[in-house]
Design a protein around this ligand. Structure first.
Ligand code: CA
Length: 730
């Protein structure tokens, strides 16, 4: 730089500014649970009402992806995947029941900020922790409300706004666009709707829309769930059985009519003001009364299901009309303000949804309706009008796409691929593009859909259900509605073999093993209690001062009893925290680190000892356990970037070197050496101190040949203390 003259520097700056201004803005319009079928550009079931003229306009002026999929078909996980470019098991947000997004991890908004973009997210967020990486954010708490919703403000406070949520999200988005301080900066705006998520409350102006229309039913509305595994019949997301009269069907609840008291009321009604309540009663009252009269006369189960389907679909489509109208407002502003030329507009939704197919509402399954995500993109000057492509994309691809658009580097650990080459090539995939996608759903107590994962290529779909060790294979060409599991059919023997091999290779590519797939043990009360207690402890001023944190299983946990004397003497003065959980394997520690409310803790050193239960519980291959340890170290690298790690070799177990479990641990210890760089990660192997010259372990030292005696804790404490000194921690 010292050669650059004053003039040169000026030229350099102006070039940089030109480049910056050429980088496109991104308006990412996102909704919740919008099925492809309910977008006219995708499906034709609702052609009589054309629910989405403005979304269709984006498709007409840009590109529509026909094969666009999520990696995990639920709200929070899809969002976490979009932010990180990684599958759920890697970003830690596995489900909506237990997960908490760790906003310390690398995300595309943070990287875009670094690349000079202004970033904003407005609307539904649903990741428990507050947004990070955004210059501006204003988000709905949890699922948010349709009527007079609260928004969490950037100072953490909640503020209530009068009106309908879909309108408010776009009002706020327009305000942000109009009032940006730094208008020469490129920007990304994520404008994220709650609609059309359950329980489908339309805006007042749409409450009577489609009243005169009979919505066509899907062919599989009365699916009998034959020819597939039992799990398909066991879900609780059926229109017939699982809709709540008050919450989902908007009939009078507990308080007003005991016939419809089924445990889940519509909370939206309570939020409405008098005028809104009046509109609601006017819109639904008559139809509700007609149903009540009809029920009194007698209705068959099928007739009731059909009634429910109509009510559900009309409200769902009314909510979508609200989304679409507001997209119209956004597009209009983008056009009028002159932003259009250099602004990419995307419409997507976090996953698909069942609109009566298989008799269902909701999502979760790897079946097409919920696996698919709408993805429509307008990029003036680059993408031609009206392009439709079959190139297979997934929500792991969005982050790398945005990074490439911003001219930022795409980190190696991002699992998706940038779509920029596909966009520039009018939908045609580069020769090395994927030919299959991987999917994972870890199971939630909501709706009782069994955990499963699987792969889909052009023609076939394979799903695996680990709890029952069952598989389902579908031939999407011959059976697009996925009504026949052909896994046991002779004529599909070769296909099955190929698909299972594809399943294996994609799991390997995405680092999915039992040892890396985060898992909690909440079904064990003591574990959950300990987890709660540790989270509480992590939120104290004392925890902020902890210089050292111990991570591990029962061997670490037992510093609290067997090793207490040594602990009190050596580590208590450093404010040490014990995060050992008896019986934990690598996947449990990974889960704890991902989901812990531990942001205040930032130790100088972490001591990591994990893996012997991977060996002991089911004799996992050493390579797999080392993958789990590596994964833990990788996560710690962004979680605690300045923390040094003392990586303990897994302690010996069994009396001799010939013990089969000892042998596996020995292999683990050979392989973990490669993970220690001597800078951040420091290996400490003290196993010899516990063994005699022949490698035998005595019960005096490890009483059950697995856990340490008090004397062995002393030995470990001495070795650790000297290592800590070496690292300058005293
Ligand atoms: Ca959703």
């Amino acid at each position: 730089m010292k050669f650059v003259s004053k003039l040169g520097a000026i030229v350099f700056t102006s070039v940089a500014m030109t480049v910056a201004s050429e980088r496109p803005n991104i308006v990412f319009i996102f909704s919740d649970d919008h099925a492809l079928e309910a977008i006219s550009a995708y499906g034709d079931r609702f052609d009589q009402i054309s629910p989405t003229p403005n979304i269709d306009r984006i498709a007409k002026e840009g590109m529509l992806f026909e094969r666009s999929y999520c990696g995990n078909s639920i709200c929070g996980p899809s969002r976490a995947t979009i932010l990180t470019g990684k599958h759920s098991h890697m970003n830690g947000f596995m489900d909506n029941n237990f997960s908490r997004f760790d906003g310390n991890q690398p995300t595309f908004p943070k990287m875009l900020q670094k690349a000079g973009y202004e970033t904003a997210v407005i609307g539904k967020w649903h990741l428990i922790s507050n947004p990070t990486g955004f210059d501006y954010w204003e988000v709905l708490p949890d699922q948010g409300s349709y009527y007079n919703p609260d928004f969490i403000q950037m100072d953490g406070s909640k503020k209530r706004f009068a009106g309908y949520v879909t309108d408010l999200v776009v009002d706020k988005s327009l305000d942000w666009l109009k009032n940006r301080k730094n208008k020469e900066k490129p920007f990304v705006l994520m404008t994220q709707q709650k609609a059309p998520h359950r329980n489908w409350l339309p805006a007042e102006r749409h409450m009577k829309l489609f009243n005169e229309i009979a919505i066509p039913e899907p062919e599989t509305l009365f699916d009998d769930y034959k020819n597939r595994i039992d799990a398909v019949a066991k879900q609780k997301m059926s229109i017939e059985k699982d809709f709540h009269w008050s919450h989902d069907m908007l009939l009078p609840g507990r308080a007003t009519d005991p016939r419809f008291a089924d445990g889940m009321n519509d909370n939206e009604y309570g939020r409405m003001n008098d005028a809104q309540k009046k509109a609601f009663k006017e819109a639904y009252g008559k139809e509700n009364q007609a149903l009540i009269d009809q029920l009194a006369k007698g209705m068959s189960d099928k007739e009731v299901t059909r009634w429910k389907y109509q009510r559900y679909m009309k409200n769902y489509l009314r909510c979508i009309r609200g989304v679409d109208e507001n997209i119209g407002r956004l597009l209009e502003y983008i056009d009028e303000s002159g932003l259009a030329e250099n602004t990419i507009v995307i419409y997507a939704s976090d996953q698909g949804f069942y609109l009566g197919e298989h008799g269902w509402y909701d999502k979760r399954w790897m079946f097409e309706e919920s696996l698919s995500m709408p993805f429509i993109i307008r990029w003036p000057g680059v993408v031609k009008s009206g392009v439709r492509t079959k190139t297979m994309i997934q929500n792991i691809d969005y982050a790398p796409t945005f990074l490439e658009l911003a001219g930022a580097t795409i980190p190696d650990d991002i699992q998706g691929k940038s779509l920029v080459p596909v966009l520039k090539n009018q939908g045609k995939a580069p020769s090395d593009w994927r030919s299959a996608i991987y999917y994972e759903y870890s199971g939630e107590y909501t709706h009782h859909v069994a955990a499963h994962d699987g792969v889909r290529n052009d023609r076939y779909k394979l799903m695996r259900f680990p709890d029952t060790d069952e598989w389902m294979l579908f031939d999407l060409e011959n059976d697009p509605q996925e009504m026949k599991n052909v896994v046991a059919k002779k004529e599909y023997e070769t296909v099955l073999k190929d698909m299972q091999s594809l399943y294996g290779s994609l799991r390997k590519q995405y680092q999915v093993t039992s040892s890396t797939f985060p898992d909690q043990r909440w079904n064990q009360k003591w574990w959950k209690d300990r987890w709660d207690e540790k989270n509480k402890e992590a939120n104290t001023p004392a925890a902020e001062k902890a210089k050292i944190v111990f991570l591990g299983d029962s061997i670490t946990q037992a510093w609290e009893d067997t090793g207490k004397e040594a602990w009190d003497k050596n580590f208590a003065p450093l404010g040490a925290l014990n995060w050992g959980f008896s019986g934990d394997r690598t996947e449990h520690l990974i889960w704890r680190l991902q989901n812990g409310d531990i942001q205040r803790v930032n130790p100088e050193v972490a001591v990591l000892l994990i893996g012997t239960n991977n060996t002991g519980h089911d004799q996992r291959p050493a390579e797999e356990t080392v993958g789990g340890i590596k994964r833990t170290l990788d996560d710690l690298a962004w979680k605690w970037p300045d923390t040094k790690i003392i990586l303990m070799s897994v302690f010996p177990r069994g009396s001799t070197q010939e013990d089969p479990l000892r042998k596996i641990n020995t292999q683990i210890n050979e392989q973990v050496k490669a993970l220690a760089d001597g800078k951040r990660v420091h290996l400490l192997d003290i196993n010899k101190r516990f063994l005699d010259d022949d490698g035998n372990l005595s019960k005096e030292i490890f009483p059950d040949l697995l856990h340490l005696s008090p004397a062995a804790y002393d030995t470990w404490a001495v070795a650790l203390s000297s290592k800590l000194k070496e690292l300058g921690v005293e």
